[in-house]
Design a protein around this ligand. Structure first.
Ligand SMILES: *Cc1c(COP(=O)(O)O)cnc(C)c1O
Length: 230
C-alpha cells in the first residue's frame, strides 16, 4: 500500500512538471486512477492518499465495487459500453468517456431521464483508425455531436481517445495532436455548447507526459499507480 502512495506522489510530480514544461496550469489536468481489476482495499489506499477520481472499464465490476466505496468520489467509465448496460452506467458513473454512437447516447438519455440525472460524456474518437478499437473516426465526430447535442440529459464536454500502442511515447504525439485539433475544429463550430475549452482525455501510464504537452485535461493512469494487473 505504501507503493501506491509513492506512485501517486511520483505521478503527480511528473504531471506538474510536464504541465510547467508546456506552459500550462497543472490544476487544469485531472488524474483519473484506472482501477479496473484492482480490489477495493487498494482503491481505498489510493483514496486515503487523497485520490478522488477513478476509472473503470467493466460494468459488473463497477456494480460490485462502487457502492462499497465513499460517496464523494468521481467515477469515469472508460471501457466499451453496450447499450443494454446503459442503465447501470447511467446510475453508477459521473462521466462516461466512451460514447461513440447515437444508439448508446439515446439509451443513456432515456435512463438518465428516469433517474432525473444530468451526465457529462465524452465522445470516443478512433484516432488511429484501428478496426479493433471503439470510437468514431474523426471525420464523423461532428455529425454524431450534432445529434447527441439534442439529447437533454447529456452534456458533451470533450473527446477521449486511445491511440495505437507504441513503446516510444514520442511516436504517440501525432495522435494526441490530432485529437486536440479535432476538438479545436468542433469548438469553433460551437459543438461543445458552453464549453470553450473542451476536455481532452488522452494519455496513460506510458505516455501521459507527452499527452499533457499536447493538451490533455484528463489522463488515465492504471499500472503506474497500482502496478501490473493480472
Ligand atoms: C486500462 C486503461 C487505461 C490505463 O492503462 P495503464 O497503461 O495501466 O495506465 C487507460 N485508458 C483506458 C481506456 C484503459 O482501458
Amino acid at each position: 500500500m505504501d507503493t501506491i502512495k509513492e506512485n501517486l506522489a511520483t505521478i503527480n510530480a511528473r504531471l506538474v512538471h510536464a504541465a510547467k514544461r508546456a506552459g500550462r496550469d497543472p490544476r487544469e489536468i485531472k488524474l483519473v486512477a484506472v482501477s479496473k481489476k484492482i480490489g477495493r482495499d487498494r482503491i481505498q489506499a489510493a483514496i486515503d492518499c487523497g485520490q478522488l477520481s477513478f476509472g473503470e472499464n467493466y460494468i459488473q465490476e463497477a456494480r460490485d465495487k462502487i457502492p462499497t466505496l465513499a460517496k464523494n468520489l468521481s467515477w469515469h467509465f472508460i471501457g466499451h459500453l453496450q447499450s443494454n448496460k446503459a442503465r447501470f452506467a447511467a446510475e453508477l458513473f459521473d462521466v462516461i468517456e466512451t460514447v461513440d454512437s447515437l444508439k448508446l447516447a439515446t439509451a443513456l438519455n432515456k435512463h438518465l431521464t428516469d433517474l432525473r440525472k444530468n451526465l457529462s460524456i465524452l465522445i470516443q474518437i478512433n484516432i488511429g483508425g484501428e478496426h479493433q478499437k471503439s470510437g468514431v473516426p474523426p471525420a464523423e465526430a461532428e455529425k454524431l455531436l450534432r445529434v447527441i447535442n439534442r439529447l437533454p440529459m447529456l452534456q458533451v464536454t470533450g473527446l477521449m481517445a486511445m491511440p495505437p500502442f507504441f513503446s516510444d511515447p514520442e511516436s504517440v504525439r501525432p495522435y494526441f495532436r490530432q485529437l486536440r485539433q479535432t476538438a479545436e475544429e468542433l469548438t469553433v463550430k460551437k459543438l461543445f455548447g458552453p464549453y470553450s475549452r473542451p476536455e481532452l482525455s488522452m494519455g496513460m501510464s506510458g505516455d501521459f507526459e507527452v499527452a499533457i504537452e499536447e493538451g490533455a485535461t484528463i489522463i488515465r493512469i492504471g499500472t503506474a499507480i497500482f502496478g501490473p494487473r493480472n
